[in-house]
Design a protein around this ligand. Sequence first.
Ligand code: AHN
Ligand code: ZN
Length: 329
Amino acid sequence: MKKIFAFFVIIPMILVSCGGGNKSTKNNKEKERKLVNIPEFNADSAYFFVKKQVDFGPRVPGTQEHKECANWLVEKLNQYSDTVIVQAFKARTYDKVTRNGKNIIASFNPSYTNRVLLMAHWDSRPFADHDEDETKHNQPIDGANDGASGVGILLEMARMFQNQKPDIGIDIVLFDLEDWGPPSDKQIYEDENWGLGSQYWSKNPHKMGYTARYGILLDMVGAKDPQFLREQFSEMYAGFVMDMVWSYAGELGYGAYFLNRQGYPLTDDHVWVNKYANIPSIDIIHVDKKSGNGSFFEHWHTSGDTMDKIDKNTLKMVGHVVSTVVYNE
Ligand code: AHN
Ligand code: ZN
């Protein structure tokens, strides 16, 4: 009886440990090794980069604050990356005024063909048209979350890449003139009035024939307890990127923020990158049904989008997820 027991219990155990079980351990180890080896994303540093932008004042195209911030962004990116290209362009806003913009592109391993694109917008909105105080509707916003948060995370990632080069090519593109869409009370909404810098870059990339395997856009990624839903255009154009990023987020323990729920379709910079540059790209963007504006984070396009709304834990989480994606390539 004992011998029979040994045959039925021990033999299958040996088979399992020599077969499939072994293989999955090896895969896990390989995965773990990379996950462990990635440098830690420094949220204090990212926070400082967000604050530095906000301290210039609203980065409204055409202003001195905008110019000074551009100079600083170029200086930092020159310090961290292999090449920086400033792409100056002209674009017509909804009010039929032609304005000057600057897209800022920093590249790592510029000769590699295997590339990933990381994006954010660095301009801030000229009007707080969603403020409950109407007298503020014509004032520009600080855009601590709407703009500066994504840029701050990408600057910190650039600093990481300098310390530890990823095995792939990376391009960080900071778009200008994202946020000069018409004020909401004008009721002349058109998708084409948003994302003027990304429309320009997507039709005229900084390098002829430029492409990347996929892109990730960060927009409003710094407020406390964010809700990142599976935005619909991202799902449509770049489902595999969505699946990959959301599954890393889940694995890293952030499933309560990177929700596996369908979000609205949102016209943001990634739409133009998908449409015109044909690079499958997703948008990580904070949407919140509870907010007064019905969709985005609470202080969206108000005078309240200030530094005190920025939470280091959120910067840390998003930086951790995106850097994990990049270093596992
Ligand atoms: C919409 O209002 C649908 N898109 C604007 C995207 C945006 C503005 N992101 C930040 N500011
Ligand atoms: Zn905005």
